[in-house]
Design a protein around this ligand. Structure first.
Ligand SMILES: *Cc1c(COP(=O)(O)O)cnc(C)c1O
Length: 348
């Protein structure tokens, strides 16, 4: 059975978290002399002299309204990369525990584990980029604390089949982290509504992709109240700065505009999916639920360099398992995509 108390590192379970001035006094006062801030303010930006809300309640209320999730089930990180790091540090004992990843997939799970001296077990996806359940069952041991999944997956672009993911959620009693960085571009539905059913599920999303705010560094984790509370103990107290909180609040008002951008990008994805295969150098365009395409070409290294010489940078993924001669191409603006197609047409 899933038992959160047994899953979390003992030192984190017993941790007395840092208590900031903002944690200890939450009301409104006339005079704030509790946090050693500079009451005179900055000559540059007068109103940035106070520490920001450590738990970012205003931003969470907005996200809550959009996603239909109670604010107590939301954790915000300095990018979802911080959510990944906090999850590993919360649950994995360095030098003892391990995580399972399913390559080809997003690189930060492994890097974050390596930084924390946590072992990484790799269970490659099947050739059609789906979960290999028997191999996963084989790989998981008593020290496996987290399985990281990504759907739509980076760099392959496809979604994982729901049946296999649910089988994992039902039969594995560690945490299953479902990274949904690209969910807004997907035909499949999010796992966020499934949180009530699966106490071992953590869903990651971000403002970096569909919301167009990679520079703000705001990532979200959705999970049970208990998991969120433990993550809050581990994170740096002020992990989302005031400017990012203010701008995120503003951006979250613009759901309609964001949906329109998503529509344009998905349409452009369709155009690239349709036009790329007619080029002789293109061997295969993998179906995508994301804002990028995995494209197998005749000679990835050469074509990567050729595009670069023409001022166009894509990602060479040819050294990645199951991605021989593959480039990962982000869907750009209409003009950028046309430039890409024109350049590829000129290649010989
Ligand atoms: C881009 C990406 C992220 C990064 O998110 P940040 O919120 O910018 O840190 C996370 N997961 C996947 C799969 C990504 O491709």
């Amino acid at each position: 059975m899933f038992n959160l108390n047994e899953l979390v590192r003992p030192n984190i379970r017993d941790l007395v978290p840092y208590s900031s001035a903002r944690d200890e006094f939450k009301g409104n006062a006339r005079v704030y002399l509790d946090a050693n801030e500079n009451s005179l303010g900055s000559p540059l930006l007068k109103w940035y002299n106070r520490y920001p809300d450590p738990l970012q309640w205003a931003v969470k209320e907005k996200i809550s309204a959009i996603k239909g999730v109670d604010p107590g089930h939301i954790f915000l990180g300095n990018g979802s990369d911080e959510c990944i790091d906090v999850l590993i540090r919360t649950f994995c004992e360095p030098g003892m525990d391990n995580i399972v990843i399913v390559p080809p997939t997003y690189g930060m799970y492994e890097v974050s584990a390596n930084i924390n001296n946590v072992k990484v077990k790799k269970v490659p996806l099947t050739p059609d980029f789906q979960l290999d359940l028997p191999a996963l069952e084989e790989a998981v041991d008593d020290f496996t604390k987290i399985i990281f999944l990504c759907s739509p997956n980076n760099p392959t672009g496809n979604s994982l089949e729901r049946g296999a993911v649910e089988a994992l959620l039902n039969n594995y009693f560690g945490l299953v982290v479902m990274d949904e960085a690209y969910i807004n571009f997907s035909r499949q539905r999010s796992y966020v509504p499934d949180l009530a059913e699966f106490p071992n599920l953590v869903v990651l999303q971000t403002l970096s992709k569909a919301w167009g705010l990679a520079a703000l560094r705001v990532g979200m984790a959705f999970a049970s109240r208990e998991i969120i509370e433990i993550m809050n103990k581990v994170k740096p107290p002020y992990n989302i700065n005031q400017a990012s909180q203010e701008l995120a609040l503003k951006a979250l008002e613009e759901v309609e505009q964001v949906n329109e951008m998503i529509r344009v990008l998905v349409q452009e994805r369709g155009r690239l999916e349709k036009e790329l295969p007619s080029l002789s150098l293109v061997k295969k365009v993998y179906p995508s639920d994301a804002n990028f395409l995995l494209v197998q070409v005749s000679d990835a290294r050469k074509i990567y360099q050729y595009l670069l010489d023409n001022g166009i940078v894509v990602r060479d993924r040819s050294s990645v398992v199951l991605c021989n001669d593959c480039l990962r191409i982000t869907v750009g603006t209409e003009r950028e995509n046309t430039e890409l197609l024109e350049a590829l047409k000129q290649f010989n």
